[in-house]
Design a protein around this ligand. Structure first.
Ligand SMILES: NC(=O)c1ccc[n+]([C@@H]2O[C@H](COP(=O)([O-])OP(=O)(O)OC[C@H]3O[C@@H](n4cnc5c(N)ncnc54)[C@H](O)[C@@H]3O)[C@@H](O)[C@H]2O)c1
Length: 259
């Protein structure tokens, strides 16, 4: 029996990368899955692969997202899992962000998560409870330069997660996952543009590699399963240990003792 047997899941940003991998993994574990994405072709492709349903919606559009979630609930006979995963990234010096671009990053990465909660909670309650997971990022707790609105939004996702866990327990468990560097359409251009960075990421990550979408999908499945029945309000870092570095003397030991 699968870990998510009988569950009915909605995934935003399910057309690519982490969302797509999670759609597959949840299906493998016995869940019915509805894929929501702004990219209709991608959503339909994934839904066809997994025998699920696809809905085209922009997570920043409150009515559009609610309509898609309502339709998914009707098609699946309710919702027990919501994975708020759609996200976009970009970089710029802080004072050079165009206000519209700043607003867009906040709208997709932060408000889009709130709107996912808003749309899904009535359905999860009507189904007798369940689990909500949102995709934050290591950028939310350990921001890099150039990504202020993305980092602020992802820090906000962790905050929404904690607040909602307090509000909706015990019926609904609420958690976040914070991926490190994961190879998806979001990061591929960066790694192609700066190929030497790939080797640096691999060298400085204790687990020795860049992550794959399945590395995150497995944790999301775990968080939505009964194995995580006493976990709520947490922001689980899944980065191969990449963000453990930080001391000013970091790296000295390796140079002195492991030459
Ligand atoms: N890849 C990484 O290294 C990494 C690291 C930390 C966090 N994340 C987060 O993981 C999540 C998934 O990203 P990914 O790496 O799989 O990227 P991806 O680009 O492969 O997938 C993102 C998906 O979200 C969809 N999307 C974008 N804007 C949308 C909107 N307004 N409405 C609905 N759908 C929308 C895209 O069409 C795409 O299918 C994002 O929230 C991202 O911020 C990724």
């Amino acid at each position: 029996m699968g870990l998510l047997e009988g569950q009915r899941a909605v995934i935003t940003g399910g057309g690519s990368g982490i969302g797509r991998a999670t759609a597959r993994r949840m299906t493998d574990e016995g869940a019915l899955v509805a894929v929501i994405d702004i990219n209709g072709d991608a959503a339909h492709e994934v839904a066809a692969e997994i025998g699920g349903t696809a809905y085209v919606a922009d997570v920043t559009d409150a009515d559009g997202l609610r309509g898609a979630v309502d339709a998914a609930a009707t098609a699946m006979g309710g919702i027990t899992i919501m994975f708020n995963n759609a996200g976009v990234g970009s970089q710029s010096p802080l004072h050079e962000w165009a206000p519209e671009e700043w607003d867009h990053l906040l709208a997709v990465n932060l408000t889009g998560v709130y709107l996912g909660f808003r749309a899904a909670i009535p359905h999860i309650r009507a189904s007798g409870g369940g689990s909500i997971v949102s995709t934050a990022s290591i950028s939310g707790t350990r921001p890099a330069s150039g990504e202020a609105p993305y980092a602020a939004a992802k820090a906000g996702v962790a905050a929404i997660t904690a607040s909602a866990a307090l509000e909706y327990g015990p019926e609904i468990r609420v958690n976040a996952v914070s991926p490190g560097m994961i190879l998806t359409a979001l990061t591929e251009p960066l790694l192609q543009f700066l190929p030497h960075e790939q080797a640096r990421f691999e060298r400085t990550t204790p687990l020795g590699r860049i992550g794959q979408p399945d590395d995150i999908a497995d944790v999301v499945v775990f968080l939505c399963s009964n194995l995580a029945r006493f976990i709520t309000g947490q922001n689980i870092v899944v980065d191969g240990g990449m963000t453990l570095h930080g001391s000013g003397v970091d790296g000295i030991f390796e140079q002195v003792f492991r030459r």
